[in-house]
Design a protein around this ligand. Structure first.
Ligand code: 5GP
Ligand code: ZN
Length: 115
């Protein structure tokens, strides 16, 4: 399902650009436009699911496996010394883009990330 008003659907459909660091049949991994730390990236499914409540279970399982692989890869490439994996659901929880996504946030000594 595609939502024509959704910014991440537009990215998944190549209608607007993003700095893509990984892509497969089901997912894109893009750099966050407003990074909390250097290399902050987002895993997003190409299909539109507003949040974790709507998310297909098989996509949920694949997404976490991908998060694990990306964390290892990004740690090697970026030289970060820790890693936050964050996923927000609903405005009260800080969700601002209503297309399911997982934040991959590399952490460095003395960074200013406040979660
Ligand atoms: P949320 O607050 O919904 O968990 O996270 C949304 C994230 O998407 C924010 O960190 C924000 O910086 C990022 N973001 C919003 N619009 C865009 C965009 O057009 N492109 C990219 N790459 N990131 C975006
Ligand atoms: Zn969408």
């Amino acid at each position: 399902m595609k939502d024509s008003t959704c910014i991440f659907c537009k990215i998944a459909n190549d209608e607007i650009p993003a700095a893509t660091i990984y892509e497969d049949e089901d997912f894109m991994v893009i750099l966050d436009l407003g990074p909390a730390a250097r290399g902050h990236a987002l895993i997003l499914p190409k299909q539109h699911y507003a949040n974790i409540y709507e998310l297909d279970e098989s996509i949920a399982a694949k997404a976490f496996v991908l998060a694990k692989k990306m964390a290892a890869h990004m740690t090697e490439v970026l030289g970060c010394e820790g890693f936050n994996i964050v996923q927000n659901n609903g405005p009260l929880a800080g969700q601002t883009v209503f297309h399911f996504h997982i934040h991959l946030i590399p952490r460095y000594p003395d960074d200013q990330v406040g979660l």
